[in-house]
Design a protein around this ligand. Structure first.
Ligand code: EPU
Length: 433
């Protein structure tokens, strides 16, 4: 499937954020911790929630999805060993904790997901071992056992990994005794999961210095929870408003989740206005170049650097992006260059600020010089991964002329009916089989 886009027009109007992809899939897995019914509101119908539903159904969940609401009920663990799924993403490993707690054993397939670096899972497996599980890696799957149940422990994460923090929490809430997760990730999707677990009966709280404290309980009950709005969609739409010289009300955007991004917008000389129900992004003046470094929350999120890169092609001067989370997240630079962008990537750390990739061969910094008028004369791109696929769409909407983007199923994994929603902002985008 492909998108055909004719760009170069300002995008104006209002767009409502979908429920967060990464804040929905983790909650679906959290529902596996109880034999009672859970309800998830603001549920996004995207590829990644479909893959997670397949995983949960294999395990024994009854799932209904209707009108933005999902119910998940897992009265018993029918199958604790799921060696294969029809498609792959990063979620199955999160199910290890709930499976170990309810069935004493777990097997999930080796993970897929975006090709943005090696993406190991050693922190997840170490956390499960710390809680008393034995863990093996086979050719196709991760296999863990804890026949006597999991026991609370101190888990020291080497890096505030989102997934490993989620694995640790999901494994600890039903473990015997107390767990302390040190150097935990504190992304809004994790806070939301902690709130749902609390509502299910868990004892889980935040300490200072990235610590999370959990006191295991013997049983959790069902709960209803509202999935947070997708902050990655918010940044994509904000950058589109600014890059196309339009004005967009991003309905549902939460200032709390976007503080770092909003400061970047202001430093560039663009405008935002927090109103009831959302944030309006507009561009009254010339944009200034800026330097940005990605970091765990509350820093500038790695998933935001791609939409920002498109915007920076329109800013006056030389901007830099220093990616400190993933080794290989500038694959899209080549596509932007094909549209006329002046973007160079390098393996050095931007502005001499050494990060943990310093001295490694990976291209983790970019300089972008602007402003340039992006143009496309029928260029064709193939989507590399979810976020850079959305960049192909954004860059095509900013570029004068027609662009074709192949492989949009990957974009559908994370963005709900994106073409339909963008058309309401005046975008000329159509989907072809
Ligand atoms: N890491 C390890 N070992 C581990 C786990 C992580 O070395 O066991 C490293 C990773 O290789 C990476 C860094 O730690 O260099 C951070 O990875 P993290 O675990 O935080 O990422 P993740 O949980 O795999 C989630 C999101 C990503 C988002 C990152 C960072 C989900 C399903 N995915 O990934 O979202 O970029 O956190 O915020 O929640 C996306 O939505 O497109 C996406 C890639």
């Amino acid at each position: 499937m492909r998108f055909v886009v004719r760009g170069g027009k300002p995008l104006r109007g209002e767009i409502k954020l979908a429920g967060s992809k990464n804040g929905a899939t983790n909650l679906m897995v959290a529902t596996l911790l109880t034999d009672e019914l859970c309800t998830l509101h603001n549920f996004p119908s995207i590829g990644d929630t479909a893959i997670t539903a397949e995983l949960c159904r294999k395990i024994g969940s009854e799932i209904t999805v209707r009108g933005g609401m999902a119910t998940v009920h897992t009265p018993s663990i029918r199958q604790s060993k799921v060696a294969e799924l029809s498609r792959r993403n990063r979620i199955p490993i999160l199910a290890m904790g709930p499976l170990l707690s309810r069935a004493g054993e777990a097997e999930v397939p080796i993970l897929g997901g975006d090709k943005i670096g090696p993406r190991p899972v050693d922190f997840h497996l170490e956390a499960l071992r710390a809680l008393g599980a034995t863990v093996e890696i086979t050719e196709k799957s991760y296999v863990a056992r804890a026949p006597q149940g999991l026991r609370g422990a101190v888990i020291q994460l080497p890096f505030p990994s989102v997934g490993a923090t989620e694995t640790s929490i999901l494994a600890a809430v039903l473990a015997k005794g107390k767990t302390e997760i040190r150097n935990a990730a504190l992304e809004p999707e994790i806070m939301s999961m902690m709130k749902m677990l609390q509502n299910m009966g868990a004892i889980v709280e935040l300490g200072a210095n990235r610590d999370i404290y959990i006191e295991g309980v013997s049983k959790l009950r069902g709960a209803a929870h509202e999935i947070i709005p997708d902050r990655n969609e918010a940044v994509s739409f904000a950058c589109l408003a600014l890059a196309t010289r339009g004005e967009i009300l991003v309905r549902g955007a939460l200032q709390d989740h976007l503080i770092t991004f909003l400061n970047v917008v202001r430093r560039m000389g663009a405008e935002y206005n927090v109103v009831s129900g959302g944030i309006v992004f507009s561009r009254p003046s010339l944009l200034r170049a800026i330097s940005v470094e990605t970091a765990p929350h509350p820093g500038f999120m790695t998933d935001w650097q791609q939409p920002l890169a498109v915007l920076l092609t329109q800013a006056q001067g030389k901007s830099t992006i220093h990616e400190t989370i993933y080794e290989d997240r500038f694959g899209y630079a080549e596509d932007l260059r094909a549209l006329g962008a002046r973007i160079e990537v390098s393996n050095g750390c931007a502005e001499g600020h050494a990060c943990h990739f310093s001295g490694k061969a990976c291209n983790h910094s970019a300089t972008i010089e602007g402003p340039v008028e992006l143009k496309s004369d029928g260029k064709e791109f193939r989507v590399r991964d979810l976020r850079s696929g959305m960049i192909n769409v954004s860059a095509a909407l900013v570029s004068k002329g027609e662009t074709k983007i192949e492989g949009v199923e990957e974009i559908d994994r994370g963005y709900e009916r994106i073409d339909e929603r963008l058309r309401k902002l005046g975008a000329d985008i159509r989907r072809e089989a």
